[in-house]
Write a protein that binds this ligand. Structure first.
Ligand code: ZN
Length: 241
């Protein structure tokens, strides 16, 4: 059985009514859902930064340990050379060992310098972590407050919303797909969420531009789906008169 245009318009009007009620519920929540999402994103950003700093600190610690090992090796060599120096047979041997000793002393100085540099970097990163954590904790407190507010609002309307969402799914199933897509598109582009409106006092109920009498007559006939030539909303019927 063919569905008439009047039936299609009726189904769309019912869908619009459900969606408008859902819009009202969302309006009550205001910007809170978005604010909560933004704060959550920000906190994730802080966490990423902290974990990056920690990885850099780990790399620096590894570097420090490597230089400490180098230092220890040089110290052992120095001890060995000093022992050898006690038992040299001539000046040439003594000088050769002295050169080796000097070389290892330099190695130690270089390692100590590198260790100091790395430790300085570690301290800077630790400061940055502490600052980031401070900022993050402030955001977490903000989030907690906003989340609580939102939870209260959601709890108040949760049941209604659930029912409406169920009704919406059912009603959307009553509308043919092509028409439903058009409806959703118009709704997305409309600030007040209205895709289907009535003609009220000779004007489009969505944008309030005048609808000419002949067009009103066509709308009342419901032979085809007519949209407002100004805003593109579907004009379901003419109210009153
Ligand atoms: Zn309009």
């Amino acid at each position: 059985m063919e569905i008439t245009v009047a039936q299609k318009l009726d189904a769309l009007l019912k869908l619009q009514s459900i969606d408008s009620q859902l819009d009202e519920i969302k309006k009550l929540r205001g910007d809170l859902p978005e604010e909560v999402r933004d704060l959550e994103d920000e906190i994730v950003g802080f966490e990423t930064r902290i974990s990056k700093f920690n990885k850099e600190i780990d790399a620096l610690d590894t570097e420090v340990n490597a230089y400490k090992a180098t230092k220890k090796d040089s110290e052992k060599l120095i001890q060995k050379y000093k022992d050898q120096q006690m038992n040299v047979r001539n000046n040439r041997e003594y000088d050769a060992i002295s050169k080796e000793l000097e070389l290892q002393e330099l190695e130690i100085q270089l390692a100590e310098k590198r260790i100091r540099e790395a430790e300085f970097k570690v301290r800077n990163k630790q400061t940055e972590i502490a600052d980031t954590e401070g900022a993050m904790n402030a955001r977490k407190k903000d989030l907690e407050v906003k989340q609580k507010e939102l939870n209260v609002l959601v709890a108040e309307s949760q049941e209604d919303e659930k029912q409406l969402v169920g009704q919406r799914d059912k009603q959307a199933g009553q509308v043919e797909e092509r028409l439903l897509n058009a409806y959703n598109r118009i709704r997305d582009n409309s600030l007040n969420g209205l895709a289907v409106v009535m003609v009220k006092r000779g004007a489009c109920g969505g944008c309030f531009n005048v609808v000419p009498p002949q067009r009103q007559a066509d709308i009342k006939e419901k032979k085809k789906i007519i949209v407002c030539e100004h805003c593109g909303r579907i004009l379901a019927d003419v109210e009153g008169k």
